[in-house]
Design a protein. Structure first.
Lengths: 121, 108
């Protein structure tokens, strides 16, 4: 049974760096084909894909946010961490992590419950 | 970057009716790497369809996906009360893995 859960601050100040952790169970991010991604959703708006890390440490980023994002994995802890620098009010959103596997569905087949991050002074 | 445009923005239908949702890509989506998700208020998205036409595990057969290239469709054959939600398409052929802006299916 695959589960994912996001954790991190609920409130950050403008210009601060956000660090979010996705802790998962039921799979290993070192298994060939496995990836974990981050997606966000501002209140009342659409989903926005942010970043994805694969089992082989291949990393992909949204071009519009690439300069501000870093995604890493800790296989021993079953965690994937996303950092986003220079936070602004427009970054207020629910942030989700999700599982994917190349060669199976290929899409995000398991999602965390999401965590709401508010950017405000 | 592949841009996905969903239409209509809102679909007002009654339970039992057929829903047809469209997703158009700005360029061809290779190997039909196109997925559909359902999202209800306060919940995470749920994968419905992958590979343009394959149902994910546990998804009822009233949901079907079709299309290739740049034009894709999600069809709900007979709407159940629990189907009223927002639906997103996503392409995962490359990076970035873009989403459409969503179609809301509401009760008429």
């Amino acid at each position: 049974q695959i589960t994912l859960k996001e954790s991190g601050p609920t409130l950050v100040k403008p210009t601060q760096t956000l660090t979010l952790t996705c802790t998962f169970s039921g799979f290993s991010v070192s298994t060939p084909g496995v990836g974990v991604g981050w997606i966000r959703q501002p209140p009342g708006k659409a989903l926005e894909w942010l970043a994805l890390i694969y089992w082989d440490d291949d990393k992909r980023y949204s071009p519009s946010l690439k300069s501000r994002l870093t995604i890493t994995k800790d296989t021993s802890k079953n965690q994937v961490v996303l950092t986003m620098t220079n936070m602004d009010s427009v970054d207020t959103a629910t942030y989700y992590c999700a599982h994917t596997i190349v060669g199976a569905t290929g899409a995000f087949d398991y999602w965390g419950q999401g965590t709401l991050v508010t950017v405000s002074s | 970057e592949i841009v996905l445009t969903q239409s209509p923005g809102t679909l007002s239908l009654s339970p039992g009716e057929r829903a047809t949702l469209s997703c158009r890509a700005s360029q061809s989506v290779p190997s039909s790497y196109l997925a559909w998700y359902q999202q209800k208020p306060g919940q995470a998205p749920r994968l419905l369809i992958y590979g343009a036409s394959s149902r994910a595990t546990g998804i009822p057969d009233r949901f079907s996906g079709s299309g290739s290239g740049t034009d894709f469709t999600l069809t709900i054959s007979r709407l159940e009360p629990e189907d009223f939600a927002v639906y997103y398409c996503q392409q995962y052929a490359g990076s970035p893995r873009t989403f459409g802006q969503g179609t809301k299916v509401e009760i008429k």
